[in-house]
Design a protein around this ligand. Structure first.
Ligand code: HSE
Length: 435
């Protein structure tokens, strides 16, 4: 049981889906524990969902559940609104309205923050309220608090990681079980990792939403979603996973933000990583974020990036932060979003320099490899290693290579000329490589 406390904070929860029911259940079950640990009594006072008839894994006392969002937002006793309905509308209107009614907001809504963040944070500022969003990136991993507070004295040079559990689950099971893409996706959906629309996961969009949020925190740079280069994992085949392994690499969907002086590059795409890289051993639906900053050096954050309980843990940590702000009048850092960015512009994808894996499907006859190498050379691309595999289909051989560092613009120009060679029989596969 919990003792009565003068520091009582009332919470209104909007959205009683998978995460919402976890948050409701553990806010009530851990009320005493939270009071002991924080000195604040967190009281779940109202819960709103559009469907009251659904069976849920949480028992709510009579009168706590309503269909009426306004009843929650307008309740003068509620201090914190937790938005867990997802999507842009009506989540945006709910958050804006809650802020104008003087509530602090906790949300797990990455799409909302990545696309409407500017307006929402501006509204929070003029309302003198906060928006907390730990659960929007990497589920249970406290990455936002780590960047915001744990590394507050650092300047960041890169943040990159596996931010989508569904894609990582698919690539891991294609690699270790030789599953097909389709089977692995079905499994990820049945385990509840995938978004309602799984194309957001496999096309890399979910990762780009999370990368936009991390870039804002680490580099103070608001990155427009349209400016992030995004490529998904749909074209990754078991064959490329196998060839990459033979070169000593695994394939991961990475979200990458790197700072070069006053420029930032932000991109999401499948990436070859050395098998001995720490991120290569992150398998299944796990997420991991690799950070390089000037004082801490290299850091790796690893954990469950999706699912009911890890996300519940992150949402409750935000509720505690909001409670602390209400009781003490301030956060441990003055600005949740840094305002001192040195980043002036986003580097265009054409200018990005990286290494590449390339897989050409060519007719097996003299001079073909020489033609490909010649076109690469003419575009300043130097080959690091090359293997021609045995024929898999009549007269067609896979030519697989790794390049040294090259500019994306040059690679794309070479590729479009190579794809036009009469000896090339399928669209060439190119995957970027990181060390
Ligand atoms: N669909 C997301 C994932 C869930 O697969 O990681 C968490 O944002």
């Amino acid at each position: 049981m919990y003792k009565k406390s003068r520091n009582k904070i009332n919470i209104g929860l909007i959205g009683l889906g998978t995460i919402g029911s976890g948050v409701a259940k553990f806010l009530m079950a851990r009320r005493g524990l939270l009071l002991k640990r924080t000195g604040i009594d967190f009281n779940l006072s109202l819960v709103c969902d559009k469907d009251l008839s659904l069976k849920r894994d949480v028992f709510l006392p009579k009168g706590m559940l309503t269909k009426d969002t306004d009843k929650v937002i307008n309740d003068p006793d509620i201090h914190i609104i937790v938005e867990l309905i997802g999507g842009i509308h009506p989540a945006k209107e709910i958050v804006i309205e809650a802020l104008s009614k003087g509530k602090h907001v906790v949300t797990a809504n990455k799409l909302l923050l990545a696309s409407e963040g500017e307006e929402i944070f501006q509204k929070a500022k003029i309302s003198n309220r906060e928006v907390y969003f730990e659960a929007s990136v990497a589920g249970g991993i406290p990455i936002i608090k780590a960047i915001r507070e744990g590394m507050v004295s650092n300047r960041f040079s890169s943040v990159f990681g596996i931010l989508n559990g569904t894609s990582n689950y698919i690539l891991s099971s294609m690699s270790s079980e030789c599953s097909s893409f389709k089977t692995a996706l079905k499994e990820a959906q049945s385990k509840g990792y995938a978004e309602k629309d799984p194309s957001l996961d496999i096309k890399g969009m979910d990762s780009s939403h999370k990368l936009a949020i991390l870039s804002l925190l680490a580099f103070g740079k608001r990155v427009d979603l349209d400016d992030i280069y995004v490529e998904g994992i749909e074209d990754i085949s078991n064959l490329d996973i196998q060839y990459a392994k033979e070169f000593g690499y695994g394939i991961k969907l990475l979200a990458i933000a790197k700072c070069h002086g006053n420029e930032l590059e932000a991109r999401v795409h499948p990436t070859l990583l050395p098998l001995e890289h720490l991120l290569s051993s992150v398998s299944g639906a796990y997420n991991a974020i690799f950070i390089e900053a000037d004082l801490v050096g290299k850091q790796l954050f690893y954990g469950q990036g999706a699912g009911k309980l890890p996300t519940t843990s992150a949402v409750i940590s935000d509720i505690v932060d909001a409670g602390h702000k209400i009781i003490c009048g301030k956060n441990s850092v003055k600005q949740i979003i840094p305002k001192d960015s040195e980043i002036k512009k986003l580097r265009k994808m054409d200018e990005v320099v990286t290494r590449y894996y390339a897989h050409f499907s060519a007719i097996d006859k003299p001079g073909v490899l020489a033609n490909i190498a010649n076109l690469l050379g003419r575009h300043n691309i130097s080959i690091a290693s090359v293997v021609q595999k045995e024929r898999r289909e009549a007269h067609i051989v896979p030519i697989v290579m790794l390049t040294h560092e090259a500019k994306e613009l040059d690679m794309q120009a070479a590729l479009s000329r190579i794809n036009k060679l009469p000896a090339i029989k399928k669209k060439s596969i190119v995957i970027r490589l990181e060390k």
